[in-house]
Ligand binder design. Sequence first.
Ligand SMILES: *[C@@H]1O[C@H](CO)[C@@H](O)[C@H](O)[C@H]1NC(C)=O
Ligand SMILES: *[C@@H]1O[C@H](CO)[C@@H](O)[C@H](O)[C@H]1NC(C)=O
Ligand SMILES: *[C@@H]1O[C@H](CO)[C@@H](O)[C@H](O)[C@H]1NC(C)=O
Ligand SMILES: *[C@@H]1O[C@H](CO)[C@@H](O)[C@H](O)[C@H]1NC(C)=O
Ligand SMILES: *[C@@H]1O[C@H](CO)[C@@H](O)[C@H](O)[C@H]1NC(C)=O
Ligand SMILES: *[C@@H]1O[C@H](CO)[C@@H](O)[C@H](O)[C@H]1NC(C)=O
Length: 621
Amino acid sequence: MAIRVIFLSCVFFLVSNVVSMDLYKDPKMDVEVRIVDVLQKMTLAEKVGQMTQIDLTVTDPSVMKDYNIGSVLNGGGTVPEGNTVTAWQNMIDKFQSGALATRLQIPMIYGVDAVHGHNNVHEATIFPHNVGLGCTRDPELLKRIGEATALEVRATGIPYVFAPCIATCRDPRWGRCYESYSESTDLVRNMTDFIFGLQGEPANKTAGVPFVADSSKVAACAKHYVGDGGTMRGIDEANTVIDYESLVKIHMAPYVDSIAKGVSTIMVSYSSWNGVKMHANEYLVTQVLKNELKFQGFLISDWEALDRITTPWGANYTYSVQASINAGIDMVMVPYNYTIFISELTRLVESGYIKMDRINDAVTRILRVKFMMGLFEQPFADKSYSDYLGCQAHRVIAREAARKSLVLLKNGKEAGKPLLPLSKNASRILVAGSHADDIGRQCGGWTISWQGAAGSTTKGTTILEAVKNTVSAESQVIYESDPEAGFAKSQGADYAIVVVGEPPYAEYEGDNLNLTIPAEGVHTIHNVCSEVKCVVILISGRPLVIEPYLPMMDALVAAWLPGSEGAGITDVIFGDEEFVGVLSRNWFKTVDQLPMNVGDKHYDPLFPYGFGLKMGTALGN
Ligand SMILES: *[C@@H]1O[C@H](CO)[C@@H](O)[C@H](O)[C@H]1NC(C)=O
Ligand SMILES: *[C@@H]1O[C@H](CO)[C@@H](O)[C@H](O)[C@H]1NC(C)=O
Ligand SMILES: *[C@@H]1O[C@H](CO)[C@@H](O)[C@H](O)[C@H]1NC(C)=O
Ligand SMILES: *[C@@H]1O[C@H](CO)[C@@H](O)[C@H](O)[C@H]1NC(C)=O
Ligand SMILES: *[C@@H]1O[C@H](CO)[C@@H](O)[C@H](O)[C@H]1NC(C)=O
Ligand SMILES: *[C@@H]1O[C@H](CO)[C@@H](O)[C@H](O)[C@H]1NC(C)=O
């Protein structure tokens, strides 16, 4: 009897141990073993939930739990009340508690567009946009920017960013051209070292296994696969017409590097390739990216991209779900109507139009990233990172990046008479232009709000403030945003600094077929440069039509969208540092040359790709 009791309790012990022994919860187990263990325990509803990413405005802990939601994001500019570090941490932890209250306690992964620093968050460090970073030719700097961005993102409790954009922008008329490092694929490829900054560097840097080093790093997302920068006339989300060989050579190559470097996720492009929507392109998404290039992380859709597969918008959502999931998309950025997405996907699986193997592949990849990055062990915000947001050390890096991205295009009207470097102790200095004293314009789109905005939208140093901080105490700095004719002359300034350019914009709202400097900027250039020696600092996401105004200018600096640290500009124009930036894109003469890229037969730019003067060896010296 006694023996029998002991025997029974042993059996009971063993059985209960097996039941409660969830291998997937054991961090010592191999990731692939953990995936298999949890996957065989999951219901269809739990799997479909993992594939669903929804916007913060439509979720709360009960939605997270009831629908087994796998991921949450916020659109550009959608932020928790107050937009503070604590508000972000609390909000995300609250959603996470909902996810962890599910049967299998699978954590959700929160993602955010941190595309030039943690740009939605007030007082975060804002780094230059990618077009400027391409001019630095400095992958090591890119890595440091990635590290800093990861820390600022972690400060708010977020483990995942939708960056870097590795588009090869072939036409500056595209509203997203500033999100691209270059027109040159080779340069974009080098800049993918940014991924090492965000995620950390694996021991084998070419192994191609998704990798996030630790909780100070974040999962990255290479985007937008593939051909986003090659659409006709640069129209956003439109059609890229190109043969397969050129698609691979120009647009796909940076994905090969990103996968080798361990990128965790890849976002699919809104655009089409030869008329087929990328979100429905099984050949490029599954056969090429997953099977040939051996990408092992997860593929995410773009925002409401499924709704755009059929026209008009959402005409046949059933078709969209079927086509995109069967094409190989693993997680869908729904982001609002998740009940419709979930019911359509469930129905398509139950009726056999989508195979369970496809669902298992998607969930395997999502879980692989979640396990690999330690999300099961550390699902909540680590508050020890809070102080990194907008910290001084990161602003120093942003200032260095702004400085190194500047390209000197002209210095002096006559041989031997350069204007730069400017004297710090001139008695009177005129600063003019719509962009001279404006953090919002200096940062561009994707800053605090999706489109960005003019004005003091966040913390930073404007170029005017940086000038005042740089010149001698005796120098008088006169500021006039858009001076009338006669004003510059009447001030008796020794020289003028004119800062003009494009207004902030993002995505299709930035598509532009004329690429002219807005009229106010032209007006300022005319009125100032015709009356006093001037350096023009152009703030823009791309080259603009500049040839007609060039003869008027004594000096011209392309500053791109430099971000929150205006001192990066004064560090160079006053001669404390030399110009090191060279063009990441050629500077066209007229828009009817476009598209025109280095290597083209009709290549005849105003300033070629790779151009950039030094003050020391500038015109005439
Ligand atoms: C890319 O990096 C390699 C290795 O550092 C270098 O030789 C090459 O010139 C770089 N290419 C571009 C376009 O910057
Ligand atoms: C790194 O990974 C690549 C790709 O799997 C492999 O070819 C190479 O041998 C590995 N290098 C080392 C040092 O393990
Ligand atoms: C919508 O798409 C589904 C799935 O491809 C198809 O069966 C159905 O006929 C389509 N509906 C319409 C109205 O075209
Ligand atoms: C959700 O779908 C319904 C029905 O298709 C539509 O009326 C509504 O506008 C959608 N809501 C959002 C936020 O997209
Ligand atoms: C400008 O000031 C510095 C020190 O403040 C001085 O060394 C220099 O001679 C001055 N230059 C001119 C042109 O006045
Ligand atoms: C150039 O195009 C932009 C964007 O379409 C438009 O807002 C602007 O008015 C145009 N400018 C000129 C001078 O045509």
